[in-house]
Design a protein. Structure first.
Length: 121
């Protein structure tokens, strides 16, 4: 499987990743590190306590990492959580809605990790 095929499989935006990282070698290097990074797992875990600071910090980190890697759907979903818990912003989602959004992020992330595992294979 090529890096472009991986991106097709996981629904990523290869061109965005290429725009940021500039070469396949760097995309490959960083996409391989994502599963071990733990930042998405940290976001999902933060949903258990619903700690606003932790949810903001972890979702903001996920948003940036995923945007740089061209994982647009994950980045956008994390951005919604980030804005929900940004200091000074009023809450617009219920805890149940936040947990549903986190479950969606977790499902997307699992699909991404599974694709990366096949890519590394």
């Amino acid at each position: 499987m090529t890096i472009q095929e991986l991106y097709e499989e996981i629904g990523g935006d290869y061109q965005q990743a290429l725009k940021v990282l500039r070469m396949d070698k760097l995309i490959d290097k960083h996409i391989r590190k994502l599963p071990a990074n733990g930042v998405v797992d940290g976001l999902i875990a933060a949903g258990g306590s619903m700690d606003p600071k932790e949810l903001f910090e972890t979702s903001h980190a996920v948003k940036g990492i995923c945007a740089n890697l061209g994982l647009t759907a994950l980045s956008e979903a994390a951005s919604e959580i980030s804005e929900e818990f940004r200091p000074g912003n009023p809450r617009t989602m219920s805890d149940e809605e936040v947990k549903a959004k986190l479950a969606s992020i977790d499902a997307m992330y699992q699909r991404t990790k599974d694709g990366i595992a096949r890519y590394i294979g």
